[in-house]
Design a protein around this ligand. Structure first.
Ligand code: BEZ
Ligand code: FE
Length: 283
């Protein structure tokens, strides 16, 4: 048997990948092995540090359940979800389409389908009310009818409903269908900045790197319409103090909006006007 040399070691591990591997898996695994080995060599990783990293991954799993995805949280702290989102959506063809932002770990499928203009606030109504309204358009400026606009936000205590036994199921979540003019509207609470959960491994990472856990105030959107690319994004409150230091690096200038005082006689305190532009599917 040939002796393993330090220099050839990485090539030996990559060379062990078998012929039945798919081309994409080969590409991913080859680069992953190379980067991991280069990392270990660069920092001269010690055995205690290696074991601590393995323990960290184990605790990510132990902390996760159907309501909490610590793997997403930890990768968010490293900016990885935002980087992947950027790589996935950064193409010249996107043109004037609305920029994307990370989905995050608190998305839920099947939130209530509500009539346009209605409120996603079910319980705990403390907080400033806001009307969010606009049109869903194609990049050609034409309205997109029947788009499904799903939105979600935390309650003023900084928790999403699935994190908080005191909130009703699907509180502060809803889906709205655009009308024939592409119009959507919903009533909500003006969002507040909140900390991502920091009582587990993701929080340890933040502490190790001397960083705070806060996300600037935002409302999440997931917009789906036949013939268009799905859009996952967030809108951010221009008055927020954490716009420049989002703990998950998701803020983009074009997604920062004004919460304007509502006109006299309105039934909400603030209004946000926000049009959403979708990229058509190719072909
Ligand atoms: C969120 O905005 O819901 C979120 C995104 C990434 C990590 C944690 C929370
Ligand atoms: Fe969020």
């Amino acid at each position: 048997m040939a002796e393993l040399s330090m220099e050839a070691f990485t090539d030996t591990v990559i060379g062990a990948i078998g012929p039945k591997t798919t081309p994409r898996t080969r590409e991913l695994m080859t680069a992953l092995i190379r980067h991991m080995h280069d990392f270990a060599r660069e920092v001269k990783l010690t055995t205690p540090e290696y074991l601590a990293a393995c323990d960290f991954v184990v605790r990510i799993g132990q902390m996760s359940d159907d309501k909490r995805n610590e793997a997403i949280l930890a990768s968010d702290v490293f900016g990885l979800e935002s980087l992947v989102d950027f790589l996935d959506h950064h193409s010249a063809e996107r043109g004037a389409a609305t920029e994307s932002a990370v989905l995050g770990p608190f998305w839920r499928e099947n939130s209530p389908l509500l009539p346009n203009g209605s409120s996603i606030v079910q319980g705990g109504k403390e907080g400033d009310s806001v009307l969010v309204q606009g049109r869903v358009l194609g990049v050609n400026g034409r309205p997109v009818k029947d788009a499904l606009v799903a939105v979600w936000e935390t309650s003023p205590n900084g928790l999403y409903e699935q994190q908080d036994p005191d909130q009703p199921e699907f509180n502060l979540r809803g889906q709205f269908r655009t009308d024939e003019n592409g119009y959507y509207a919903f009533r909500a609470l003006r969002p507040i900045a909140y900390p991502i959960p920091f009582d587990g491994p993701a929080g340890e990472l933040l502490q190790m790197m001397d960083r705070h856990p806060f996300r600037p105030a935002h409302i999440h959107f997931r917009v789906r319409a036949a013939g268009y690319h799905e859009l996952v994004t967030q809108i951010f409150d221009r008055d927020d103090q954490y716009l420049d230091s989002d703990s998950v690096f998701a803020v983009k200038n074009s997604l920062v909006v004004d919460f304007k005082p509502a006109p006299a006689g309105a039934d909400t305190r603030f209004v946000v006007d926000y049009d959403i532009v979708l990229e058509p599917l190719a072909g």
